[in-house]
Structure formats: C-alpha cells, structure tokens
Design a protein around this ligand. Sequence first.
Ligand SMILES: Cc1cc2nc3c(=O)[nH]c(=O)nc-3n(C[C@H](O)[C@H](O)[C@H](O)COP(=O)(O)OP(=O)(O)OC[C@H]3O[C@@H](n4cnc5c(N)ncnc54)[C@H](O)[C@@H]3O)c2cc1C
Length: 413
Amino acid sequence: MPIALIRHALFAPKRPRRHLPAPTELKRSYDVVIVGGGGHGLAAAYYLARYHGIRRVAVLEKGYLASGNTARNTAVVRANYVTPGSVRFYAESVKLFENLSAELDFNILFSQRGQLTLAHTDAAMRGFRLRAEVNRRCGVESVMIGSGEIAKLVPTLNLVPAERYPVLGGLWHPPGGIVRHDAVAWGYARRAAERGVEIHQRTEVTAVHVDNGRVVAVQTNRGRVACGAVVQAVAGSSSLVAALAGLRLPIVTYPLQAMVTQPLKPFVDPLVSSPQFHVYISQTPRGDVVIGGGSDPYPLYGTRATLDLKESLIQHTIELFPCLAGAKLLRQWAGIADMTPDYSPIMGKTEVAGYYLDAGWGTWGFKATPICGKAMAELVATNETPGLIGAFGVDRFRTFRLVNEMGATAASH
Ligand SMILES: Cc1cc2nc3c(=O)[nH]c(=O)nc-3n(C[C@H](O)[C@H](O)[C@H](O)COP(=O)(O)OP(=O)(O)OC[C@H]3O[C@@H](n4cnc5c(N)ncnc54)[C@H](O)[C@@H]3O)c2cc1C
C-alpha cells in the first residue's frame, strides 16, 4: 500500500473543515440584524463587516443558507436594461461579479459567454434599438445584430421556428453570463463570518418591535433580539415580513419555475432568450441545459412545479432548438417572486427609522446581489441613500416616479 495512503489514514484530520464557524448562542442584542440568509442578506453582512467595520451583525435565516431563491434561480447576470438608472446599477453589479472570486477568494465560476435576446417582430426590433442606444450611452456593451450574425453565434438555433416567429435580429450583450449561484451565497457567508458576523440558520423572525417610529428589536423563534437597525432581505416573503413592521408594500407574489436537462455535449455558448416565446436557456459548464420562462399566471405563495409550464417551456425550447427534442429533463422546480408594478426592486429607507428594505426582486434579483449588498451596507452604515439606488425607494409608488423595466425583464431575467 502506498505510504501516502497509510499516512493519510493515520494522521489526516477526521472531520472535514467547517466552511462556517459552529453556530453560537443567539445574543440578546446586535447593532444590525439582517433578516434573510440568501445572497442579498449575506452580501450586505459582508460589506458591512469588511468596508464599514460594523461586525456586531446577525443574519437570521428561517431555513438554511440560500434555501430561498438564491439557489433556485437560473443565474443569469446582465446589465442590458432599459432605463439609464437601472443600466448603471446592474452594470456596477456585473463589474463586482467580474472581481468577486478574487474579492472573496472563493470561486463563483462567473462565465461571461454573452447574452442574446431574440427579436421576432418589428416592434421588438424597435424596442431593442432603444435599449442598445441607452446601454451604449451608459457605457454598457449592447448591440443590435442581424440573423446572419446570430447564425454564426448560435449555429444550432432554428432561425425560422415553425415559421410563426422568424428571428429578425437580436440584442447582443457580450458581458452577460452565468454564475454558480450557491457559491455566491457561500462565499459571502464565509468571509462575513470570518469578520465576526453571526449567521443563525433555523431562526425565523416572527415579529418586529417598533417604538416611537424606530425599530428596536425583532422577535424570533429563539427569543427577542434588540437591534439598532434591521435590513429586510427576504425575497418572496417581502410583504409578509414588512407587514410585521407595519409596512404595506406594492408587491404581488407569483411562483416562478425553471427546469434542467441531462448533461449534453456543448451545443450553445451564449445565453439565449426569446421574450416572444417566453423562454430562455443557457448551457452550464457541466452540459445541463437550464430552461426558464415567465412567472406563473396567478398570484400564489407556493413552490409547486406544474405540467402546464413544463409543456409550454419544452414546446418553445424545441421550436428554437430542435436538436433538444430527445433531451431528458432531470428536474423542475419553483421559487417565489415578489413582483412590483414597475418590475424594479425596492431598496432604501422606510417610514420606520432604522428599518431598511431590500425587496421586490421578482424574477431578476440574483444579478444584483453584489451591488445591492454593497449599497445596503453603505445605507445602513451612513443612513444616507447611495446615489446608485436613489431611484428605487418605496416612495416612488406614492410620487409616481416609476422605473419601468417591464420590457427588459420579461422572460430574460
Ligand atoms: C426559478 C427562478 C429563476 C430566477 N432566475 C434569475 C436569473 O436568472 N437572474 C436573476 O438575476 N434573478 C433570477 N431570479 C430571481 C432571484 O433568484 C432572486 O431575486 C434573488 O435570489 C433574491 O435573493 P435574496 O437573497 O433577496 O432572496 P432569497 O435567496 O430568497 O433569500 C431570502 C431568505 O429569507 C428567508 N426568510 C424569509 N422569511 C424569513 C423570516 N421571517 N425570518 C428569517 N428568514 C426569512 C428565506 O428562507 C430565504 O432564505 C430567479 C428566481 C427564480 C425563483
């Protein structure tokens, strides 16, 4: 038997190294409580500890880390939105993603293979031209391309799908890509914990105590925790948790489904999305094809996968990629998406002093994880709203200054 094996059997540590410190007792008070241990909450905790020196922070998660939408999403990262404010915001996030593996010393497998949104009608072509122009003016690479260039980029794409909706052109966004989503959550969690942040899983916030217009504590299934500030980052439960603080949000909640095939030989490099067909796909480095679409048509708090959606996603995927007709589906799942009227998020202060919202992320919030965490940390540390998120306050629904991103969100996520 090789010596190295014997040495390993005798002397190697018996237990694998923990990625996170062992859970501690929940303290009676913290400077900041973050409700929600998804990517957003963990990122905010990390930036607070690393860049603002605020370390008496507790992340309270009712399930386990990233058990919400963070590890259910299809991991699309892009910045080709419609309004200049959104384009700049998401472009900052793409930049942070580009450096995130180094920042966290944790490989998040960011693969920038470009994102292509297909136009099947003249109206879509007009809309995409506008987007390309806004993107260009904001310094984001996005160009209109014709069907000839699309054929070169994606040779397996059917350019005349069922002759219903021929591909007229597309919006080509080279910086777009996919990321290993659970690695993002774990990377932030690990580095935040190293800096003293406490991460408490299976700890549900059940009430929020407000005194004289200011948040003073949260009630959990493990007792009361006093705090100076609360960041609410609970994605699909935003309205429910905000209601605990007496806040009413303009949010309607829908299930959002996705599915994945068996691993296949590489057949498509860029991410391809078709708003007309309500479908988008990407092929992971492992070869699986991840397929997603729009949210379910009825509001619901549920994560049931449905046959209806499976049928429509498969039909449209095969129209675009006939070569997938024989592929086997491995899994189908759902998350819960909090949709705002203008398809943009809500970030910022509320009428309860010290209670900050990171909500309304609908079908598109994963790509904002780094920049949202960074901006929320700055907001909590300074109580000043960073310019980059100024347009996304909840007040906009009272003052009718909406940030309409419906056209750029649709089925592209
Ligand atoms: C199928 C699907 C595909 C998607 N695809 C994309 C995509 O390609 N690109 C993109 O950018 N976005 C996408 N999204 C959206 C994206 O996943 C979310 O917007 C993002 O993950 C939100 O992150 P989060 O950290 O805010 O929320 P989550 O990861 O959901 O974390 C919130 C956490 O809060 C916890 N929680 C809730 N209530 C309480 C409580 N009372 N006390 C304590 N903890 C609580 C939950 O358990 C959960 O873990 C998709 C979503 C789904 C469902």
